[in-house]
Design a protein around this ligand. Structure first.
Ligand code: ADP
Length: 646
């Protein structure tokens, strides 16, 4: 969801002539020289001599019998080189053979030396009993043998030279020339549509803090003349999609300074040393353009605490990058006019050295928007849409608790797309509601064919959730139940989650019961259970473990928490408690879920008639909303106030 409105423009530093490297500078001439050496070697040691290859029969018939052989040289026990008597070479028959002393006139491949010797011995006895042929044995390293090795080596060498040459000559189109250069996107000052604080809805506290930093950049003198040091690093902390990038861009827009943005993961690449040099390059560029803002997204990719990496998982490259980042942060003075913003949603895992005073010592927390913030965010993103008259932003905001700014931006866009798909001229309220459902649950798959038997099970499963939660006081209000397949699920019960910061034990227990409603309904109605409750069971099990092991909500185990906010335990394989405690936790979780299940079943047994009516209605209508639910189940008695308090 990140809008990258930035351009890929490089700062206009004058093109420097880089000193050429000893090999790189030689350029094409080296290439030719190497080729020449290759060709020369090939011709000098050419394994494929002119000498003609002959067979034993030819050898015996034409040469041996005719007494034309001067000497034989057996090379490497493989080949016999045949030299013909000099005087015989004068015969016209041998005109085609050059009279060289060094090259054999014929060659003959041997099967084995012994059989060759035997055959030769016999032939000599038969044909030239009084003349002995001189046989020499030699071993030679043939260039032909090493050639297959040399070829790839040579090619590698050529490739390397080619690379070095390209790298040293640089050039915009050359990917290798950007090794170690920062890939930061820089947005220009005074662009046509700079992001401003107008585009950031809600987040008032964060905005006022950021304003202060903008003021540092605009009027540094006001602060420095009193001896104050301008902060160098600001850490934006918050869940994904809460507008960290947006607020950083808005800050650059307001201060009207260049904005360099780079993601932490872009520093950590597979090439050793690239990260550190990218950091160096990024800071260099930013200083050249000061006053400016550097924005490092997902800083946890580089800034993960060094202590927490276990022995099996060292990552030197990341550590080097982090060290370079720390050095750069220390290296530039307070008044250089460069402010580094970094974003993360895991400040707890960052290296302490990064958070030290003088580095990222200012923290701005961005939270998920509350209802009035959500309304503002809806307005910001509806600005450019052609809206119908029935738009009720208040309703949309209350229908989207727990949504981030990015989710809301997504809903607005989806709504416009939905309306366009229906060939409408304007975007109406229902489009927004459909878009919201789609964002939460995935696309409806009406075409997904389910057998009537399965549909029946799904209907009772969903009706089970609905009926159970209707009679549980501490469950979020139910909005509708549907058995239209959506995303991966075959049906769903839609609740309107309350925005609460704390959850009580009773609320936890009621939620677990509501989640077990589907499975319990199958059990009560069909006396048979199915695999359809996987998601529910997973959720319930996790919830029960967190209740007991993290929130200290079990009486016997007591107020203990094995939660680790530092993230250190994530990497440790052993658990921070004893075997006995592990067994006790497991038992408590099983008991808790078992009790909740029985309780849910009891509710459904007590209201079996309503359950059946609702399931039938679901099979007929596919979607049952709150009005129909009230008709079947009566008005819901609840302890929680439906109106949220901001
Ligand atoms: P983060 O960096 O925190 O993951 P972003 O800043 O990239 O999130 O947010 C993604 C998008 O969500 C933004 O481009 C914007 O459209 C929208 N958004 C998020 N928060 C807000 C907000 N407070 N006001 C307006 N739009 C927002």
């Amino acid at each position: 969801m990140k809008e990258r409105e930035t351009k890929d423009t490089k700062p206009e530093t004058p093109k420097k002539k880089e000193p050429k490297m000893p090999l790189g500078g030689t350029g094409i001439s080296w290439f030719y020289a190497l080729m020449l050496i290759f060709i020369l070697m090939f011709t000098i040691f050419n394994p494929f001599t002119d000498s003609k290859e002959i067979t034993w029969l030819e050898f015996e018939r034409d040469l041996l019998k005719e007494q034309q052989i001067e000497k034989l040289v057996v090379v490497n026990k493989e080949v016999a080189e045949i030299y013909i008597k000099e005087e015989i070479l004068q015969y016209p028959k041998y005109e085609h053979i050059s009279p060289s002393e060094f090259e054999p006139h014929y060659t003959m491949t041997l099967g084995s030396v012994e059989s060759f010797e035997n055959k030769l011995e016999k032939a000599q006895q038969d044909f030239l009993p009084e003349e002995k042929i001189d046989v020499q044995y030699t071993s030679r390293t043939n260039f032909g043998d090493i050639f297959p090795w040399l070829l790839p080596l040579g090619l590698l060498l050529l490739f390397w030279i080619f690379m070095v040459r390209r790298m040293s000559s640089g050039g915009a189109s050359n990917p290798f020339s950007s090794f170690g250069k920062s890939t930061a996107r820089i947005s220009e000052v005074g662009r046509k549509n700079p992001v401003s604080f107008k585009d950031v809805a809600g987040l008032n506290e964060a905005k006022s803090e950021v304003m202060e930093v903008v003021d540092f950049l605009k009027n540094p003198l006001t602060y420095t003349k009193l001896g104050a040091k301008i902060p160098k690093g600001v850490l934006l902390v918050g869940p994904p999609g809460t507008g960290k990038t947006l607020i950083a861009k808005a800050m650059a827009g307001e201060a009207n300074v260049p904005f360099f943005s780079l993601s932490g993961s872009e520093f950590v690449e597979m090439f050793v040393g690239v990260g550190a040099s990218r950091v160096r390059d990024l800071f260099k560029k930013a200083k050249e353009k000061a006053p400016s803002i550097i924005f490092i997204d997902e800083i946890d990719a580089v800034g993960r605490s060094r202590e927490k990496v276990n022995a099996m998982q060292t990552n030197d490259e990341r550590e080097n990058t982090l060290n370079q980042l720390l050095t750069e942060l220390d290296g530039f003075g307070e008044n250089t006019g460069v402010i580094v913003l970094a974003a993360t949603n895991r400040p707890d895992i960052l290296d302490k050295a990064l958070l030290r005073p003088g580095r990222f010592d200012r923290h701005i927390y961005l939270e998920l928007p509350n209802r009035s913030d959500r309304m503002e965010i809806f307005w910001v993103h509806m600005r450019n849409l052609k809206l119908g008259k029935d738009i009720d932003v208040e309703e949309l905001a209350s229908l989207s608790p727990g949504f981030s700014g990015a989710d809301i931006a997504n809903i607005c866009n989806e709504a416009a797309l939905t309306a366009a798909r229906k060939k409408k001229e304007i975007v109406e309220q229902q489009d927004f509601i459909d878009a919201r459902d789609r964002v939460i649950g995935g696309l409806e798959r009406k075409g997904n064919i389910i057998s009537p038997v399965e549909k029946n099970i799904v209907a009772f499963h969903e009706a089970g959730h609905a009926v159970a939660s209707w009679y549980l006081k501490n469950v979020d209000p139910l909005v509708k139940v549907s058995i239209i397949p959506r995303g991966k699920s075959l049906g769903s019960a839609w609740y309107l989650p309350e925005e609460r910061k704390i959850v009580t034990r009773a609320q936890f227990l009621d939620q677990i019961c509501a989640s077990l409603g589907g499975r319990a309904s199958e059990d009560v109605i069909f006396n048979e259970i199915s695999s359809g409750a996987l998601d529910d069971l997973e959720k319930v099990t996790k919830q029960a473990y967190t209740m007991i092991a993290f929130y200290g909500l079990d009486q016997e185990i007591g107020p203990l928490s094995y939660y680790d906010s530092t993230g250190q335990n994530e990497r440790i394989l052993s658990k921070p408690y004893s075997e006995n405690m592990a067994e006790l936790i497991d038992k408590k979780v099983r008991d808790l879920i078992g009790t909740a299940y029985e309780r849910t079943k009891q509710i459904l047994v007590d209201h079996k008639a309503e359950l059946k009516v609702l399931a039938q209605l679901l099979l007929k209508k596919e979607v049952v909303d709150k009005t129909d639910l009230e008709k079947i189940l009566g008005e819901r008695k609840t302890e929680i106030l439906l109106d949220e308090k901001d």
